[in-house]
Every structure is written in structure tokens, then in C-alpha cells.
Design a protein around this ligand. Structure first.
Ligand code: PMP
Ligand code: GLU
Length: 399
């Protein structure tokens, strides 16, 4: 007899991972699927990072690691934050975990009380909402459309704030839209938050190096927000290290301590070998990051042009960062597939494109944007071109 907790039952499975799993299953059945569902760089981890991991094995980095991560890695992250982001976080304020994902969840579980409100400008990454649910917090999504470049304005943010607001959680460059908040936009947001000193900001900067508009500003640089910004980042995207599972939070000391306590009870410190690899990523040559960024920028231009040619897809401006396109597709809702099924929503469309077009994307519903569909372009030019041709042909078959 199944006896699952209500906490578990309330949780939705990750739509990005589910779609990727489904496309792998179809591939295993022999179908030629192009997987643009999950977002991860298609590059191999740079050699000098792999070398550091091999050395860590040989040098017997095989024992339990400190719960918040090796001091040498936290030192390297602290220096990275100073050098690249202009912010001061001591190693004691940094906790390394199994990917940025774990650290976002740890922070939420550490500070969100039952009933606390978490403002999430949407479209937003699928897992945020579920993490808030896990903490018994209340999601306060605010849908920002294409007309405002998928970004929340300072006055919209202010209109959402109540005495129960505990956290503003946002991501720039954004998954799934690629939107980037400018320094001016962040300054306006910081000015609003200055009036509400209890609100903590969780700034997910995991895509910071995949930017097509130059240097980014971190919201943690604004003095009004001193001691209440948590930066989330990691090596997955910048260094093509998704499978190594290293991410971190840089937080006010009281949050870093809480996260360490939580982590100490349910996962301990993360993999010794992966931490030594991440240290090499942060301290070694950085040209690999720029090489990959340039490839993503070229692909962004390629896919943006191809999306414009797909009937019923609307994407007005080029994404400024990350590696996703997130067109609106609602004008296709209500159409019929060749075998007589109705495309009622974005999930139906994603399923139709997978099964009939053999291209995997992710429905916008999962990101709080039911009119949209997401494709990751972290794949070869050839795959991008072929995939968008398939999507176009499949959409043209709808009546
Ligand atoms: N934040 C965002 C917005 C993401 O897209 C991802 C990728 N899954 C993560 C956090 C987590 O990355 P990871 O756990 O691989 O560090
Ligand atoms: N960030 C990626 C995505 O959004 C990885 C999958 C996940 O963890 O959700 O597709």
C-alpha cells in the first residue's frame, strides 16, 4: 500500500528532466530524436579541469569533505566573486553543494517559513516553484510578457509585496527567456527593496557567463541590499560541468550557517573529486568560457532566424543570454494534428513535436508561461537547423 506524504504528493516532477527522459526513451527505441529539452552545454569539460580531477584521485582526495566544501574551493569562489562580480563574500559565507539546484533548495528550506510568500518573476525555471512548495511557502508568480522583455519592473514588484513577503527569487540571465536585467533595472528594484528590509533576495546567476550583452551587474553590488542577497552560481553552465554536480550559494553568514546545518544532516559535503575539478575551473585559464560563449552566441543568432520562419511562433527579440528560445505559440492552440487530435495547449504541442516532429522541447506551463514552449540551443548548428526544419514542417501539417 502506497503511503506517500502530502509533501511529496504536492510536488510536480521536473518537466525539463521528464522531457529529456522521454526523448531518451524514444531514442532507445531507434527513433532519431533531436533533444532540445534539457538545458546543458553540449561541450566536453575542458582538459585542464579533467586533469585536476584525475590528480585528485591519484592524490587520495577520497575522504569525507567538509560540509560546506573544501576551504581552498571556497577561497577560489570568494576570489571569483570579488574579481568577476565586484562583491565581497568571505569563504565562511559560501556553501558548496551538489549543483546550484541543491543550494537554491537549501536556502529556501532554511529561510522560508510555512505561509511565507516568495515572489518569482515568471517565466521562471521549473524547480523554483516546487522548492517553495517543499518549504510550505507560497509562490507569488508574476507573469512578465514579451512586451516587457519577460522582466518585472520595479513598480510591478512593489505591487506584489505584502507583510508576508520573505523572498524575491529571480534569475538573470534567465532560464527560460534569456532576459538579462540591466544595471538600471536592478538599481530600480534595489531601491524598492530598500524600503522593505526584511525581504531577502535570491539571485540565480548560473548563466552569468552566457551573456551576449557584455558584463553583467549582480544585484548584490547595491549597498541598499547589503547582507540580504544570496548569490547562486556554479560550474555547470560556464565550464560545461553539469554532471560533476558542483554549485554554491554565497550568502549572509547566518544563512550560510543554516544551509551548512541542513546539508550536514542530509547530504554532507559534496564529491571530493568534483570539488577539486571545480577549483581548477575557478583558478585556471578562463579562455574556454569565452570560446563556449561565442559558440552559443552564434547559435542564438542561427536559431532566432529559424524561429522567425515557423508559422504561429512569435519571438520578438533575440534572447540576451543563456541558451534557450522561448517563443509564444498560443496561436496554434485549437488546431488539429494530421491524426485528428486537438492541440489544446503548449504541452500538447510539445508532445506533438516530439512524437511527430522528433524534436524535444519543454512546455511553457512548467515555467509559469502557458503560451510558450522552450527549446535549448546548446547543441550543434546542424542539429539546430535540422530541428527547426522539423518543427516548421510539423507545424505546417497542423490544420
Ligand atoms: N538555476 C537555473 C536557472 C538552471 O537552469 C539550472 C540548471 N538546471 C540550475 C539553477 C541548476 O544547475 P546545477 O544544479 O546543474 O548547478
Ligand atoms: N537547467 C536545465 C534546464 O532547465 C537542466 C535541467 C534541470 O535541472 O531542470 O533544462
Amino acid at each position: 500500500m502506497e503511503q506517500l506524504s502530502s509533501r511529496l504528493l504536492a510536488l510536480s516532477p521536473s518537466a525539463t528532466l521528464a522531457m529529456s527522459q522521454k526523448s531518451q526513451e524514444l531514442k532507445a527505441q531507434g527513433l532519431d530524436i533531436i533533444n532540445m529539452s534539457v538545458g546543458e552545454p553540449d561541450f566536453f569539460t575542458p582538459d585542464h579541469i579533467k586533469e585536476a580531477a584525475k590528480q585528485a584521485v591519484d592524490n587520495n582526495f577520497s575522504f569525507y569533505t567538509p560540509v560546506p566544501g573544501y576551504m581552498s574551493l571556497r577561497q577560489a569562489i570568494s576570489e571569483k566573486l570579488k574579481r568577476e562580480n565586484g562583491v565581497d563574500f568571505s569563504p565562511a559565507q559560501i556553501v558548496v553543494g551538489n549543483g546550484a539546484k541543491q543550494e537554491i533548495c537549501n536556502v529556501i528550506l532554511s529561510i522560508v517559513e510555512k505561509g511565507d510568500e516568495v515572489i518569482i518573476p515568471t517565466p521562471a525555471w521549473v524547480s523554483y516553484f516546487e522548492m517553495v512548495k517543499l518549504a510550505e511557502g507560497v509562490n507569488v508568480p508574476f507573469l512578465c510578457g514579451q512586451d516587457q522583455d519577460f522582466k518585472i519592473t520595479a513598480s510591478q514588484l512593489e505591487s506584489l509585496i505584502t507583510p508576508k513577503t520573505k523572498v524575491l527569487l529571480f534569475c538573470s540571465p534567465s532560464n527560460p527567456t534569456g532576459a538579462i536585467y540591466s544595471k538600471e533595472e536592478l538599481a530600480a528594484i534595489a531601491q524598492v527593496l530598500a524600503k522593505y528590509p526584511r525581504i531577502i533576495v535570491i539571485a540565480d546567476e548560473i548563466y552569468e557567463h552566457i551573456s551576449y550583452c557584455g558584463e553583467l551587474t549582480s544585484i548584490a553590488t547595491f549597498p541598499e541590499l547589503k547582507d540580504r542577497v544570496v548569490i547562486i552560481n556554479g560550474v555547470s553552465k560556464a565550464y560545461a560541468m553539469t554532471g560533476w554536480r558542483i554549485g554554491f550559494c554565497a550568502a549572509p553568514l547566518w544563512i550560510a550557517k543554516a544551509v551548512t546545518k541542513l546539508q550536514g544532516q542530509y547530504t554532507s559535503g559534496c564529491s571530493s573529486i568534483a570539488q577539486k575539478a571545480a577549483e581548477a575551473a575557478y583558478t585556471g585559464p578562463q579562455d574556454c568560457v569565452e570560446t563556449m560563449r561565442q559558440a552559443f552566441e552564434r547559435r542564438r543568432d542561427l536559431i532566432f532566424g529559424l524561429v522567425q520562419q515557423i508559422p504561429g511562433f512569435s519571438l520578438k527579440s533575440k534572447p540576451q543570454g543563456a541558451f534557450y528560445v522561448f517563443p509564444e505559440v498560443d496561436s496554434l492552440f485549437g488546431k488539429q494534428t494530421p491524426d485528428g487530435k486537438t492541440i489544446g495547449n503548449a504541452s500538447d504541442l510539445a508532445m506533438y513535436l516530439l512524437e511527430q516532429g522528433h524534436v524535444a522541447g519543454v512546455t511553457g506551463d512548467a515555467f509559469g508561461a502557458p503560451k510558450c514552449i522552450r527549446f535549448s540551443y546548446a547543441t550543434s548548428d546542424k542539429n539546430i537547423t535540422e530541428a527547426m526544419a522539423r518543427v516548421k514542417a510539423a507545424v505546417e501539417r497542423l490544420k
